[in-house]
Design a protein around this ligand. Structure first.
Ligand code: ATP
Ligand code: MG
Length: 181
């Protein structure tokens, strides 16, 4: 590892990508937000695709401690009839993300499940990278979701690919409170 370190930088806003098929991408991002919040940093999570009417433990917890999570989506169900709705919601959430990124009010912005609108071509990856390049210097941006595009992986500072070894869902266990919701 030491041989791969060309020099040291004391402070830098990072682009971090949590991708892969295993469980833990969003929960890792929530953990990062909690850690930043504990350093008196200003944090926000913008969720793509997830329904605004689906409330999980993280939504209740963050509301209680004053961390904002902005939900905007029609859920993970992809029937062809609702494609336009999903696309419109994703585009409007991306506009909101740009507004937050450029506001210079935040230290950490999490773009949860952004990889799906990127995969579907609803939001061009080149546009996302352009916005990330022009973000405030101190701002950390964490992007989660399966199948992160190569261009984003190449651009990011830190990328984790969470491998699925096994998941209780495939042993017939329903989503558990505190673990998945
Ligand atoms: P989490 O929100 O638990 O950190 P994640 O962000 O890594 O999960 P997503 O792709 O966003 O994973 O999927 C969210 C939901 O799907 C969660 O309820 C999670 O438990 C479940 N899940 C994640 N990975 C798998 C998997 N490999 N097989 C089945 N279900 C999964
Ligand atoms: Mg997730």
């Amino acid at each position: 590892m030491g041989a791969n370190r060309p020099g040291t930088v004391a402070a830098k806003g990072l682009v971090i990508v949590n991708t892969g098929n295993g469980k833990g991408k969003t929960t890792a991002a929530l953990g990062s937000m909690l850690r930043a919040w504990g350093n008196d940093m200003k944090v926000v999570m913008l969720q793509f695709l997830k329904s605004a009417d689906k409330e999980s433990g993280e939504h209740r917890a963050t509301r209680r401690i004053g961390i904002e999570i902005v939900q905007c989506g029609a859920g993970f169900v992809f029937d062809p009839a609702s494609q336009n709705l999903h696309r419109t919601l994703a585009e409007s959430q991306w506009c909101e993300a740009q507004r937050r990124i450029h506001s210079d009010k935040y230290d950490v912005v999490v773009l949860d499940e952004l990889t799906f609108p990127l995969q579907f071509g609803w939001i061009p990856v080149t546009e996302v990278i352009g916005i990330l390049k022009r973000r405030p210097e101190r701002l950390h941006v964490i992007i989660t979701g399966r199948g992160a595009p190569k261009q984003l992986i190449d651009f990011a500072d830190t990328v984790v690919d969470i491998i699925n070894i096994k998941h209780h869902y495939y042993q017939g266990v329903e989503p558990q409170p505190g673990i998945e919701r």
